[in-house]
Design a protein around this ligand. Sequence first.
Ligand code: PHE
Length: 446
Amino acid sequence: MSETLERWGSKRAFILAVTGAAVGLGNIWRFPYVAGENGGAAFLLIYVAFVLLLGIPVMMAEILIGRAGRRGPMQALSKLAVDAGASRHWRWLGLFGAFTVFCILSFYSVVSGWSIEFLVASINGDFDGASAAEIGAGFEAFLANPGLLIFNHSLFLFMTMTVVAAGVAKGLERLNNLLMPLLYGLLLLLAGYATTTDGFGTALSWLFLPSFGDVTASVVLHAMGHAFFTLAVGACALMAYGAYMPDEQSLPKAAFAVAMLDISVALLAGIAIFSVVFAQGMDPADGPGLMFVTLPIAFSELPWGAFWLSVFFLLLLLATWTSAINLAEPMVATLQGLGWRRSVSTAVVALSVWLLGLLSAFSFSTLADVRPLFGRNVFELVSSIPPDIFLPLGGLLIAVFAAWVMPREQVVQALGVGESGYVLWRNIVRWVSIPLTFIVLLGGLL
Ligand code: PHE
């Protein structure tokens, strides 16, 4: 596989690539609505704790496997397992990761399609002068139109898969360089606006003053799932990127930098969105539409609102694009590892994801009441079970592999820190991350 010999151009490029994978719908769309449904501040606190205790150490485990293997996930796991004298069956973990991202990308693409629609609408000035109620009703009407959802889903998937077909390390680097600072700047601006609204104080206390009375096992499970989801950890997707990592880079620094950027994007988005929610008397538990309704309302009150709203949706779209590219990579790498050509692998992945995505697109209208499992429809299933269960489970196995199966020297080298750094990392993974993930998964499932 010649693609895996590609390298990111620099250390910075690697950090940007991982940040590009991490920062996406998870921070700006999913965090606010999941926090909204799970009580706010307590959820935030638990999720941040999970990022520190599980997310960062497991992210390091995942990337170091890719880096030591220098192959697609399945092949890397298989080779490293054999090297370590362990079972080749570890390679199925790569397949499990591919299945996880398959489910995730199917709804991710549909929701990213919403941003395309909203980008066009904001450029057209459709939100100008609209009241909060009208904006809310417009969103409902949009969801009830599967043709429109499918059109945007197709467009987004096409954008994603063309970059993937070309090989990720080339196109992505330049895009990320430009994108991340711009997105950050705009979120700062939005959060600045939020301070001027009536809802700002309520939003702050709702986000930062936890009341632990409402914390249930399910809240904890959601917070853990979200920590994995937002960091893009647990699906072997970052493993695929680790394969391109430059030799001399320190992994802990990179992982820490990415996690901090990722959390701060979510916080800025949360402050902006919840200030509007409370200023407009909306319900924080309004579900997946939360961001798509609050932000047009917020911007419509700002000078040059339509312009900023367009810029925002453009940036959101670009952020989701870089995440979706990362979501597609493990699937394509897996098929390629079976000896398929990159172009064919990409086409097969694109078609399968598109088909599964149709079920999500119809989940807001025709299939809204088709609830195959746990009383949830397809969109609700694929947007909750893979992030909340599959990612932590994948992350758990990844951590076990890196901290228990791989030989010491190999891990020390792939981590890019000295012996003492290695021992610290290994102890955290062995005695904190692995047991904690296990307990929360078990508690949440029971
Ligand atoms: N981290 C991405 C986001 O927050 C989603 C993602 C999950 C990407 C898993 C890759 C792997 O939007």
